[in-house]
Design a protein. Sequence first.
Length: 522
Amino acid sequence: MPGTAATTEHILVLDFGSQVTQLIARRIRECGVYAEIVPCSISLDALLAAAPRGVVLSGGPSSVYDADAPLLAFDVETLAGQHGIPVLGICYGLQVIAHQGNGRVVPAQRREYGRAELWLDQPHDPLLEGVPSPTVVWMSHGDAVAELPPDYEPIAHTESAPYAAIRHRHMPIRGVQFHPEVHHTDHGARILENFVRRICQCSAQWTPEHFIASAIESVRRRVGSRGVVCALSGGVDSTVAAVLVHRALGQQLHCIHVDTGLMRARESETIERLFREHFDIPLTVVQAGELFLERLRGVTDPEQKRKIIGHTFIEVFERQAASFPDVGFLVQGTLYPDVIESQSVKGPSATIKSHHNVGGLPEHMQLDLVEPFRELFKDEVRAVGRALGVPEWFIERHPFPGPGLAIRIIGEVTPQRLEILRNADEIFIEELHRAGLYTAIWQAFAVLVPVQTVGVMGDSRTYENVCVLRAVTSTDGMTADWYPLPYEVMGRIASRITNEVRGINRVCYDITSKPPATIEWE
Ligand code: XMP
């Protein structure tokens, strides 16, 4: 379970199933302290073996009185009293503490949701230091604590919650009814920082440089002298992973980029240049465009396209990987959210992200995985990339799906359609950069809808394709909002595309969010 944790000063966040548990870990890491999420069912022995500096109990959707309510496998007073490990309960976590200590938790008259004003009763409590009174906090709970367990006292209240923040009189145990991890709580970051720095006495060690040093060491230890392969898609995660593993292993790493022929304009060249010239990391580029296009000929069904591309990718990658000596490992840019999704309190069913990454590993390859970012969030990978010297323009690139432009061309993929789409997409992206909007957008791209409509150019009638522009904001790709592009920017893009790209005479803008639509069109 805990990975880097065993060697680093850290906090464990026990997950009771809140939608925002990840945010707790992120906020703590933002204060420079490593935090890891573990299921709330963790045993006392396992917890002590991980040796955290402190423990946070997350919120959760349950009531402590539910028949299957998740509760702790140990007593918080044992943890904090006997073992001296501070505990902070948040929302449901607070109710678990109160319930365990024989306080009284009751269903609220009505669910309290939204802003509340918090008044401090004990402004000098280390948890609340630097927090003004009153301050705005964010509430989201059904049950509430009506009576404190013996030895506890309130340290802050709201109009409707006399025990909005509490502490044990002798042990390092605190609880808050509100959510300090969400941005709507004005001084929430300060409260979490107070907990980890003042109460748990953590220093700020968690920096990209610290991570890089320990990751290099653990990659070396794990791989020994064997060979490692990495599929470079051109995305940020696999690129930063490759650069890091190259730092650790040098010539033992073999990077492979499969040019599927479904890439954006100059994409493969860009990756090649970055690796060869900027990093001096050897890279094998396999030109497989013809093979992919041949297999996609006549195929119009999106799922079938994805499958064909996935299988062909593996086949090409595997053949190339087999040409390197003594390969025992595969580098993958797996991120922390993917890892915790599969071990959260509710199990993987709560939020399933269909795993659509091209490059899934066929079992018979028998390679072990090297996943240096299993403990990182996306923005931390970006910070690591910066610290490793990956240029900013690359770090900020939008995500690009494995099946590439094939899922942005509705219907059959042909070389002509790819060419048209590439040209339109390039203009779109160029104009976003020019307008200074590129980084405000999570993902932007053009889609080719091969439906012909009538237009007029000069004095002649045209009968060409429709191009749809899509730009969305998102934090993780799971949900998304369409981005309100300024009219003049849209106008300039549409005019350039229709003037400069042969094969397009009409441009539309996609104004659907996800859900109900998805980000990609296929
Ligand atoms: P959707 O279209 O499902 O996309 O809303 C969500 C995010 O995932 C990306 N995506 C993919 N990435 N292989 C990938 O590596 C795929 O098959 C794939 N399909 C979608 C998409 O670009 C967006 O960022």
